[in-house]
Design a protein around this ligand. Structure first.
Ligand code: ACO
Length: 329
């Protein structure tokens, strides 16, 4: 018997709210233009969660779709890992709320705060937990409602973000398919480049913190841009090295969807042609921890990713955090 089974992705699912906010809608809200947003970021639209719904509602939908595609019941799950920076509540965890909503009562649950790297951090943990032999079916979710943490008066950030959730079921693989390598890294010295100052115990919510707009995302876009390219290339190169695979063997690159110029720069450094790079930020914008599982699910459904394909997933996010996973689908 294999004591250290490789893990594999046996099902995926995703969900995005119906309501769409276009660049032209944003032109009426802040001093911006459709042309600027498309040229500087590639984003055309983003989906916004309706009032009254919350992160766990989106995560529940993605989770149920992933379970369906994996042909499993919620009771088959022994762990749920959820990456998010926009939890329903400070506590309990959003994963616990999702557990109750999908009735996965045999699962241990926890959230990961690694911003846009949250899904790949979760996949890395799930892979190790499967390899330990102690867990059989793990649901990894990336789910965000960034629209509730976005300053809709700040044109430098409000054009970038959207809401969505993606999920994958991870189980043991006994064949050639599965997770070939994972890589995670962080640098807490860069935290101030991309953060939300209010709401934690440093600046608990008060009239002053609301007046000072501290409960919104703050970002030094230019500096984040440079680190994004550097860290995603680092994660990609390390992930490939760990698996002993050359970049020309990759069938599809799925990077964190923050900015088309960032994705193009990473693909160029890896010498990958456009047809090997999946981009869906035109439609969703940056949905933080949800971008990778949302893109993977869409790539599978659209036939851009098929059984046996080699997929390199790479992300970076606030923290800073960065990560990669090389997966034979
Ligand atoms: N519309 C029109 N003009 C704008 C807008 C806008 N929405 N936003 C900024 N500008 C202006 C600026 O004010 C500036 O004007 P100035 O030259 O008169 O001062 C000019 O455009 C250029 O601004 P830059 O910030 O230099 O523009 P840049 O080309 O860097 O693009 C952007 C900005 C899109 C934010 C880019 O820096 C970027 O994508 N950075 C990375 C963002 C990212 O990946 N974030 C990850 C977040 S993920 C997470 O963890 C939540």
């Amino acid at each position: 018997m294999n004591q250290n089974p490789r893990s594999m992705i046996i099902g995926t699912g995703s969900a995005a709210p119906e309501k769409v906010l276009t660049n032209h809608d944003l032109e009426k809200m802040v001093d911006t233009s459709d042309q600027w947003i498309r040229e500087r970021t590639g984003i055309e639209r983003r989906h916004i969660l309706e009032e009254g719904k919350t992160n766990s509602d989106l995560a529940k939908l993605a989770a149920e779709r992933a379970l369906k595609s994996a042909e499993l019941k919620a009771s088959d799950l022994d762990c749920i890992i959820l990456g998010t920076i926009t939890p329903d509540l400070s506590f309990p965890s959003t994963s616990a709320i999702v557990q109750a909503k999908i009735k996965a009562f045999n699962a241990a649950v926890f959230d990961i705060s690694a911003a846009c790297s949250g899904f790949l951090y979760g996949l890395t943990l799930a892979d190790s937990m499967i390899a330990s032999g102690l867990y059989k079916n793990i649901l990894v979710i990336g789910s965000e409602v960034l629209s509730r943490m976005t300053d809709w008066e700040d044109r430098a950030t409000c054009v970038l973000f959207g809401d969505a959730a993606g999920a994958a079921v991870i189980a043991a693989s006994d064949g050639e398919r599965g997770v070939l390598s994972t890589y995670m890294k962080s640098d807490g010295r860069l935290g101030n480049l991309l953060h939300c100052p209010g709401g934690g115990v440093s600046h608990p919510a008060s009239h002053e913190t609301v007046d000072q707009r501290l409960h919104y995302i703050k970002m030094e876009g230019n500096k984040v841009f440079k680190h994004a390219v550097r860290t995603m290339v680092d994660a990609a190169v390390h992930g490939l090295d760990l698996a002993g695979v050359r970049s020309d063997k990759i069938d599809l690159l799925i990077t964190h969807q923050a900015n088309k110029r960032i994705i193009d720069a990473v693909a160029q450094r890896l010498e990958l042609p456009d047809e090997k790079v999946f981009i869906n930020l035109y439609e969703y914008g940056n949905t933080s921890a949800a971008t990778i599982p949302l893109a993977m699910d869409e790539a599978l459904r659209k036939g851009r990713l098929n059984k046996g394909d080699l997929c390199l997933m790479v992300a970076f996010g606030g923290g800073f955090t960065w990560a990669s996973a090389l997966v034979r689908m």
